[in-house]
Design a protein around this ligand. Structure first.
Ligand code: ADP
Length: 447
């Protein structure tokens, strides 16, 4: 097993990884920008190295600085966390070239799934159902028009290099297609430096259902059930639940087993997520995330499996200590993403946290790196806390979540806590009756 792991990330996810390491007797190295010198992930780590100024391009994305910090501190492995370098195939490769273990999948698998056009082709070969649309990239407007006609309107133009919902444009009819096509290409070029796009049928009322998988690359592979991440704003997840209130046992087994077989066929190792849209009993693959995800704790809550620990064990060459038969789903879990943003305008709200009181009690977990007196820097993602609540039933989980949200105090800055308090009292959310467009409609209605 590793003796020392460098965590190439910040905030709550860096703490999450630190916790798994310390529970395994592994010491940790934090890296940080000058803006994060006093951050909790730095305070709790055994060692820390400053890797650059506040902008992430000069610090958390600074590969030479991260690799030399690992060498300098004698780390055996690097965990990239979520975001930043976690899906950078070249980084994974360089970590290994430096004689260190990368706590994640192979660079080939990261590269394969990082390009969404290539990922869709691979998914089809692996036997996964995909959204109808173009076979590969669309290179001209004329081609887009022919494919759209075939698939039927509305259609969605998506960026091959896409992420975070950027570079996606809907065309409801042929008259909208040309401008959607051009806008998607321009947006993709600006955001990712790559204007390759592809076309998909736009599903009108799907749910976002994703399957958590874990594999050792040596024949061991499990799925940990699904997460329903349909409550989204601008294609960004806001609240997630596991299991999905929309699936029945047969559908759950079908999609879980399909995902498991696919990653076995790939020879994948580490944790990963296969994302699907689900509509009228059918699943359509949209992408695979070859990393840990922000919402992983709800899958941990219902299975009792520590995903980061298993990622570390697999990276150190171990096989999974359980098989699919050993995995049972217990109760229900929900995660609320609490952002430093205005709850209605979503304007970023960095600044000083004057008071912080996290909720507690049975079934309540808070993953956060904030504290009273902490100043949220303006340079990074606005996620400051994740509230994860588990209950024996969905109803118990929601009752507990309401109670936990009542208890939680973050003062001094705006947060999305009030949004969550309203959301968990809404009848549609209580009934589990929502699709990927529900949240934006709901927000529009309440003004
Ligand atoms: P990104 O990598 O940018 O997050 P995804 O492909 O994961 O892009 O899609 C993000 C979200 O966009 C999905 O969760 C869903 O809400 C919406 N979406 C993607 N593809 C479609 C589609 N074909 N029809 C309808 N909605 C879609």
């Amino acid at each position: 097993m590793f003796e020392k792991v460098l965590i190439a990330n910040r905030g709550e996810i860096a703490l999450r990884i630190h916790r798994a390491c310390h529970e395994m007797g592994i010491s940790t190295v934090a890296v940080h920008s000058t803006a994060d010198a006093d951050a909790m992930h730095v305070r709790l780590a055994d060692e820390s190295v400053c890797i650059g100024p506040p902008p992430s391009s000069k610090s958390y994305l600074n590969i030479p600085a991260i690799l030399s910090s690992a060498t300098l501190t004698g780390a055996d492995a690097i965990h990239p966390g979520v975001g930043f370098l976690s899906e950078n195939a070249r980084f994974a490769e360089m970590v290994e070239e430096h004689g260190l273990a990368f706590i994640g999948p192979s660079s080939e698998h990261i590269a394969m799934m990082g390009d969404k056009v290539q990922a869709k082709v691979a998914a089809k070969e692996l036997g996964l159902p995909v959204v109808p649309g173009s076979e590969g990239a669309v290179t001209s407007y004329e081609e887009a028009r022919a494919i759209a006609k075939d698939a039927g309107y509305p259609v969605l133009i998506k960026a091959s290099a896409g992420g975070g919902g950027r570079g996606m444009k809907v065309a409801n009819s042929e008259s909208e297609l040309e401008s959607a096509y051009r806008m998607a290409r321009n947006e993709a070029k600006a955001a990712f430096g790559n204007d390759e796009v592809y076309l998909e049928k736009y599903l009108q009322k799907p749910r976002h259902i994703e399957v958590q998988i874990l594999a050792d690359g040596k024949g061991g592979a499990v799925h940990m059930g699904e997460r329903d991440c349909s409550l989204q704003r601008r294609h960004q997840k806001v609240l997630e639940e596991a299991l999905s209130p929309a699936l029945n046992a047969e559908e759950r087994h079908r999609i879980g087993e399909t995902a498991r077989q696919a990653i076995l066929k790939m020879g994948y190792h580490s944790a990963g997520t296969l994302e699907f849209l689900y509509e009228d009993g059918e699943f359509f693959f949209i992408e695979m995330n070859t990393r840990l995800q922000v919402e992983h704790p709800i899958s941990e809550a219902i299975t009792g499996i520590d995903l980061v620990r298993e990622q570390i064990r697999v990276a150190a060459g171990h096989t999974l200590p359980f098989t699919q038969e050993d995995i049972t789903f217990s109760g229900h879990a929900v995660e609320c993403r609490i952002n430093a943003e205005h709850p209605k305008t979503f304007a970023p709200s960095p600044g000083l946290i004057k008071e912080y009181h996290p909720p507690g009690g049975l079934g309540v977990r808070v993953d956060s790196a904030i504290f009273g007196g902490y100043r949220v820097p303006p340079h990074y993602d606005s996620l400051i806390a994740k509230l994860i609540v588990h209950g024996q039933t969905r109803n118990e989980c929601l009752m507990r979540l309401r109670r936990a949200l009542e208890e939680m105090v973050i003062e001094g800055i705006d947060t999305t806590l009030p949004l969550h308090r309203d959301l968990v009292n809404d009848p549609d959310v209580i009934n589990g009756d929502y699709d990927i467009h529900w949240l934006e409609h709901w927000m529009g209605e309440r003004g």
